[in-house]
Every structure is written in structure tokens, then in C-alpha cells.
Write a protein that binds this ligand. Sequence first.
Ligand SMILES: NC(=O)C1=CN([C@@H]2O[C@H](COP(=O)(O)OP(=O)(O)OC[C@H]3O[C@@H](n4cnc5c(N)ncnc54)[C@H](O)[C@@H]3O)[C@@H](O)[C@H]2O)C=CC1
Ligand SMILES: O=C(O)C(=O)Cc1ccc(O)cc1
Length: 298
Amino acid sequence: MAEDTVPVFDTLAVIGPGLIGSSVLRRAQAEGNLARKIIAVDKSPDVCARVAELGIADEVTTDAAAAAAQADCVMLCVPVGAMGAVAAQVVPAMKPGAVLTDVGSTKVSVIEAISPSLRADVPYVPTHPMAGTEFSGPDAGLADLFENRWCLITPLDCTTAEALEKVRTLWERCGARLREMTPAHHDRVCAIVSHLPHLLAFTICGTADDLASETRSEVLDFAASGFRDFTRIAASDPIMWRDIFLSNREALLEMLGRFMEDAQAMARAIRWEDSDYIVDRIERGRAIRKSLIENKQA
Ligand SMILES: NC(=O)C1=CN([C@@H]2O[C@H](COP(=O)(O)OP(=O)(O)OC[C@H]3O[C@@H](n4cnc5c(N)ncnc54)[C@H](O)[C@@H]3O)[C@@H](O)[C@H]2O)C=CC1
Ligand SMILES: O=C(O)C(=O)Cc1ccc(O)cc1
């Protein structure tokens, strides 16, 4: 058997087969070399029934501990606020040497929440695939969601080299590009590139919605592409984003503070007709967009 056809894990349990978890399931099914057997676990019987209907896992159950007991890798794909409780349920049931990993959008507080459940014989590899959409649930997943997207990995002292290598291979086989960093650095980077933009999108839609009703209907009728682009992000899942904001509170508040200072500076430039400042800021935005396109991340 060629090396890249050998499955990375014998049995992979995906806990929370929503957008991200079901994308991993679909990829595992499409490639055949992520795991020999795939188990999907969700607390919601409706989600389990849908995953079974979609036929994207070999086994589907609401019993997280029973699935974890069979698995060589348990991947937590639940909202970040649920990670600690789910780890407490699954880790005691895991086989010695089986790998624990998560895909949460924040890392410091997820690691803090999972740490009390960790065992010396269960290596833990925290990850964050930087790919997604505004949709959630098992129907939203895509086998190529991670193709050419970054997956950030924040190894810890309890991350063995062997577990890290396996999780890296799993994400490479999902098509992702990998980057390792510390959990604290991860949270600052994601606060600016992901969490603050979502906060701004939710806020601007709220501001528009607070306007008098006739103006609000005009917003809906005439929304130019600027507003429309914010509404896509603002359609994201409220529980997931509540959890992200609360769990990355410090880094997010710091980036929001910086943003508000810069927005004030822009307001001042507009008030005093400082054209050079305005043009400079817009040119910087255009340059960032151009680099994203060159990096194939647009
Ligand atoms: N949506 C996105 O674009 C991205 C999300 N993430 C992270 O991935 C994780 C999952 O996000 P999505 O797939 O978007 O969420 P989702 O809402 O589509 O799926 C989450 C699933 O977890 C299940 N769940 C919740 N609590 C549970 C529990 N205690 N036990 C078992 N199942 C439970 C829910 O029933 C749901 O089916 C989150 O931590 C999120 O921060 C990471 C990258 C991108
Ligand atoms: O849909 C979008 O624009 C996203 O930003 C998706 C996304 C959401 C959460 C993450 O942690 C990573 C990516």
C-alpha cells in the first residue's frame, strides 16, 4: 500500500458534526485515507438522524463516551463554550495513546477548559481550521471546505511529536496549509482577522435595524454591495459567536479599542477634510485585498 493511502487513524470520532465536523466527515469519506472507520457523535438526536440520512459516517450516536472508547482520535467540533464539558465526558473513556484534538476558533480559553480533563496518556493537539461559511449544521459541510485554507496548530507540552504529526497529516489530507503558533498569539491574530470583523458586521446590521422603519426598508431595498457583504457575515450562528466573543474577550477588546481609535481618526480626517489621510487609509485597504488575492485567500 502506498504510504498516503494508509489511513492516519484507525477510528476517528467527530463530536459535533455541524459545518466543520461534517466537512471533516465528508472529506474522510471522499479521500478514504483519514480513518478506516468514522463515528459521528452529536447531543442532538435530530442532528444524528440527519447525519445518518446523509450517510457521511460509518456509525452515528448520541453516546460520546461510547464513541470515544473506540476511537484512536477524538476531534471536538462543538461550540467553544461546550469544549470543556465535552472533554470531561470523552477523555476518561479514551484508550491510552488515543489522540484528542479540537477545532475551536479560540485557543487559550478552550485549552484552559479542556486541561482539567487531560490525561498523561492522551496527547492533545489544539487546532483551528481557518475556513468556514456563515452556515451551520450537518447540511452545510463541504468536502473541499479546507482546500488551500490555513489550519493553525497550537502545540502544547502534552502534544507528543507523534500525535502532532498525525494531526498535521490529517489536515494536509483535508487540503489545508499548516502553521504552528502559540495559543496566545493565535488568539490575537484571530481577534483581528476574524473576531473583530464579525463583531463589526453584527454591529452595523444592528445599527441599520435600529433606524426608523421607513429607512430600514430602504436599507433592504437599496443595500449596495458594501452593506450586503456585511450581512453575509452577520448571518452566522449566534451561539457560536457569543461563545467566541466571550472566550477571546481580552484580545478582542484590545483590537476593538484600536479599531475605535482608528475610526475616530478617520472621522477627524473627514471633519477636517484631511484628504491625504483618507486616501492613505483607503490605499492600505486596497493593498491588503491585493495581497489576499495573490495569496489565494480572497
Ligand atoms: N463555522 C465556522 O466557520 C468555523 C467554526 N469553527 C469552530 O468549530 C466548532 C464548530 O463550529 P460549527 O461547525 O460552525 O458549528 P455547528 O453549529 O455547525 O455544529 C456544532 C455541532 O455541535 C453539536 N453540539 C453542541 N454541543 C454539543 C455537546 N455538548 N455534545 C455533542 N454535540 C454538541 C451541535 O448540536 C451541532 O451539531 C466551533 O468551536 C467553532 O468555533 C472553526 C472554524 C470555522
Ligand atoms: O464565513 C466567514 O467569513 C468566516 O470567517 C468563517 C470562519 C468562522 C470562524 C472561524 O474560526 C474561521 C472561519
